[in-house]
Design a binder for this molecule. Structure first.
Ligand code: AMP
Ligand code: MN
Ligand code: MN
Ligand code: MN
Length: 285
């Protein structure tokens, strides 16, 4: 029997709505065998999740999802099998976390200009960790009746050309890949079909990503359609890279799919968990 892998999930440490313990329990209920917690730019949910995974007999992969700016585009890089206590990683993330705080203040200022007061304090009420994400502003705006659900609230307030949008200035690709590498992790391009860039641009990105040490492409994502899964599978073949799979679960009211409820990995892909780098990463955990 093959194992069920879910290598991309969020908890209250970033913008998920389940605690690390609740997330691992749900994954266990859904028969996930190997789970990675990959919160945005923070690692402080990992120890709790790890303990709970031990208790539930799930193999745990400590992870992260780092926000990167590449040619004015925000791209997410998942790091799998990182050492949460690695100094280079933590120092790097610190700058991202400081930037996040400044951006949150700007988002709140912009929303105030649009007549929506108290957004910073409001968003904080929905945040369980060190960081504020647009998702927390989304929860606040939904709570205040500005939109019905997360999808609508993003479209109306939180994306480019909308009142609460502030362009991202995240880590460089090179820095993020270095931090992951220093911490012993494998770098995976998150949800490649979700970026508003042309196929040509995406290929340019992946070429650079691979050149700088990127290992895998998240072919199966909770946010990918079956068609997108197949297109991304083609890209792994084109670049000779391995493939990852993750739900990108954020919580009961804000997710495409539940942990472990994933499209099948296309047969032509080499799963990242069947590579030598994966075996070496596991040995260091
Ligand atoms: P941030 O890193 O703070 O800019 O927030 C990015 C997060 O917002 C993503 O990880 C998603 O969880 C969420 N997000 C982005 N775009 C959308 C969207 N169109 N609908 C719902 N959630 C979104
Ligand atoms: Mn998120
Ligand atoms: Mn993401
Ligand atoms: Mn994610």
């Amino acid at each position: 029997m093959s194992l069920l892998y879910d290598l991309h999930c969020h908890s209250t440490a970033s913008d998920g709505s389940l605690t690390p313990t609740e997330l691992v329990s749900l994954a266990s209920t859904n028969n996930v065998d190997v789970l990675a917690l990959t919160d945005h730019d923070v690692t402080h949910g990992l120890h709790e999740a790890w303990q709970q995974a031990k208790a539930q007999g799930i193999q745990f992969i400590p992870g992260i999802e780092i926000s990167v700016s590449w040619r004015h585009q925000t791209i997410h890089i998942v790091g799998l099998g990182i050492d949460p206590d690695n100094l280079e990683l933590q120092q790097g993330l610190e700058s991202t976390i400081i930037y996040r705080q400044q951006r949150a203040e700007k988002i709140a200022e912009r929303l105030a200009l649009a007549g929506i007061e108290g957004a910073l304090e409001g968003a904080r009420k929905f945040a369980g960790g060190q960081i504020l994400s647009r998702t927390h502003f989304g929860h606040f705006l939904i709570d205040q009746g500005y939109a019905k659900d997360m999808k609508k609230v993003f479209k109306k307030y939180l994306v480019r050309n909308k009142p609460g949008y502030v362009p991202g200035h995240w880590a460089s690709l090179e820095d993020a890949l270095n931090w992951i590498k220093q911490a012993g992790g494998l770098a995976v391009l998150a949800h490649p079909a979700r970026y508003a860039i042309s196929n040509g641009r995406l290929k340019e990105f992946i070429a650079e990503f691979k050149e700088l040490g990127g290992v895998a492409i998240e072919v199966v994502s909770g946010s990918h359609s079956q068609d997108e899964v197949l297109r991304m599978a083609e890209l792994t073949k084109y670049f000779g890279m391995s493939a990852s799979s993750g739900s990108d679960y954020h919580g009961p009211t804000n997710s495409y799919r539940e942990p472990g409820q994933l499209h099948e990995m296309p047969g032509q892909c080499q799963p990242v968990w069947e590579t030598q780098s994966w075996t070496e990463m596991l040995e260091q955990l």
